[in-house]
Design a protein around this ligand. Structure first.
Ligand code: CMP
Length: 139
């Protein structure tokens, strides 16, 4: 089925001017960028977005790492978009990411791992609504 997923190009990647190279990986995989904006997250926004991880030891560091530089938030659309996006991102830890994936090519560390993607269709709907209104998504 055609799905949408929420993608974030993280500060480590925008800092190194990798937005276009990462978008090319997504587009080559058949994902269509149907909404996109470059924003700077506040601490409160990053903390709220990652609230599901608030009891994890890396939460504070993760939240502050998301505010050091701009992020590019985007909605990707395509057949099986959630899974397809996760496949092309590669494993969370770049040391375990398959060759050719975004994280294998570009990530600096498990925290500075260049991209975020929703992990299910249900969470995709929640995460898309966190950043975008319906009129900003043009399929
Ligand atoms: P992301 O897919 O955005 O989801 C949560 C983020 O927490 C993850 O990518 C990493 O950037 C960050 N993180 C830092 N340390 C860890 C860890 N040990 N395990 C999982 N995620 C981590």
């Amino acid at each position: 089925a055609v799905e949408r997923t929420l993608s974030i190009i993280k500060p480590d990647a925008t800092r190194r001017n990798l937005t276009g190279k990462i978008n090319a990986v997504f587009e080559d995989a058949g994902l269509r960028i149907v909404a996109q904006k470059r924003i700077r997250l506040t601490d409160a926004q990053a903390g709220a977005f990652y609230a599901v991880h608030k009891d994890r030891p890396f939460y504070g560091s993760l939240v502050s790492s998301m505010t050091t530089d701009p992020v590019v938030v985007q909605v990707l659309e395509g057949e099986n978009a959630v899974l397809k996006h996760r496949e092309v991102m590669g494993a969370t830890n770049p040391a375990q990411a398959a060759e050719g994936t975004v994280r294998a090519q570009f990530a600096e560390s498990i925290e500075a791992n260049s991209v975020h993607g929703s992990d299910s269709a249900e969470n995709a709907a929640i995460e898309i609504a966190f950043f975008f209104s319906q009129i900003e998504i043009v399929g």
